[in-house]
Design a binder for this molecule. Structure first.
Ligand SMILES: [Zn+2]
Length: 123
């Protein structure tokens, strides 16, 4: 889903998209030079256990607050992450892909390895 930046107004619009079973929904609106995106990630995503390499599903329920800015962003914002977009379009698919990517590269342990962890700590 690509949205034309020129058509985004200060009136919040809702969006909904899905990729690999992950649902990304919320609202976006124009905020000065930015597009303010307030949404959440839900459902499940497949991750790989960092210890035994087993693939397993984790539940997602995460709030996402982003500001999209055209071109390279210089500076910093306190309250939200900034994503850059080019060609005048905010690409929500790309935002969702990179959110999924960053969840996947997090550290994950499957249930069995978590149990083992606990076992090791007890003895
Ligand atoms: Zn494991």
């Amino acid at each position: 889903m690509k949205v034309d930046f020129r058509k985004i107004t200060a009136k919040a619009k809702s969006f909904f998209l899905e990729k690999d079973g992950v649902v990304f929904s919320g609202v976006f609106k124009k905020d000065r030079d930015f597009v303010d995106i307030d949404g959440k990630l839900e459902n499940e995503v497949e991750v790989v256990c960092d210890r035994c390499s087993k693939e397993f599903m984790i539940k997602l329920d995460e709030k996402i607050h982003l500001k999209a800015c055209e071109g390279i962003f210089k500076g910093s914002l306190e309250d939200s992450d900034v994503v850059e977009f080019y060609d005048g379009y905010v690409d929500f698919d790309e935002i969702l892909s990179s959110e999924i990517e960053s969840i996947k590269i997090d550290y994950h342990l499957c249930d069995e390895c978590k149990k083992e962890d606990k076992f090791e700590k007890e003895f």
